[in-house]
Structures are given as C-alpha cells and as structure tokens.
Design a protein around this ligand. Sequence first.
Ligand code: PNS
Length: 162
Amino acid sequence: MAVAIYPGSFDPITHGHIDIARRACKLFSKLVIAVVANPHKNPLFTLEERVKLTKQALREEGVSGIEVTSYDGLLVECARIHGADAIVRGLRANSDFEYEFQMALANRDLAPEFESVFFMTAGNYSFLASSMVKEVARYGGAVANFVPKSVEKALREKFPAK
Ligand code: PNS
C-alpha cells in the first residue's frame, strides 16, 4: 500500500488537521506529517515547537503510527526522501481550492510521480484554521474546541492573560 506525506505549517496543529490525518491513515500504509521550516506566513511557533506540539497533539488524541518530520526547501524533495507516493492536503471551503490547485499543479510539474490527494474537511471543522485559532487566543478567547489540550496550553503561554 502507498505512503503519503501530509505537509503544512501546523502553526499550530488543530482538530481539523488531526481529523484529516486520522482519515488519511486509513487509506495509506504509512503517513508522514511534514512541518515546513519556513512557511510564507510569519509563524507564531518555532519549527521545534510546531514539531513537538504536533507529536504531543497526536499522542493526546490517540492517533498512533504517524511519523512527524520537518523540511526546509521543496516539499517534493521531502516526499522523495520519505518514499512517498502521495501528497495529502485538506480542503475546507471553495476558498481553499485556488491555492491548493496551484500548489498541486506546481508539485506535479516538479515531480509527476507524486499524486496529490485531497480530503474534504469534516463539516464541523470547515471554518477552522490555525490563523483563526491564533487570533482567538491572542484576544483571550476560548480555543478548547479547536485544538488539543497541549496546544491550548502552548497558546496560553504565548498569549498570557493581561
Ligand atoms: O499549511 P500551509 O502553510 O498551507 O502549507 C503550505 C505548504 C507548506 C505545504 C507549502 O507552502 C510548501 O510545501 N512549501 C514548501 C516549498 C514548496 O515545495 N513549494 C512548491 C509547492 S507550492
């Protein structure tokens, strides 16, 4: 069975990401979550923090058998190193489509051997994005429904109550 890589910024990992990972695990013999070192966005958490939180969150949510790695450079190079056959991404709303389509085509042009596979987000997570979670946490809002406990704690440490 095929190996898949699930790349992203994971700044931080949310229940939406975990849902995609959990479902992708059922289709692939191995799933590798790959955390990008330098996302085009300015990350709140360092690379080390994002990798650690991703591992903790998966453990906490009882998702086992997923490898977590990081990469600095092209995703397709990381996919090659891990012997991946497919690149997994989640699709929430229509608004994700342009960006994901562009990325999938770029990756296919760079490395046609990898197939991009998209998972539709669960309805209850269709609004959920790391950027939104960070904004809510920044202003002291409750994020318990959006992220696992370890991530909630890490967000509280970044944005202590005033
Ligand atoms: O969670 P994100 O920020 O939407 O993930 C985007 C990511 C990290 C998957 C993408 O930007 C990426 O793979 N960047 C690494 C550089 C690369 O390979 N670029 C070419 C494909 S667009």
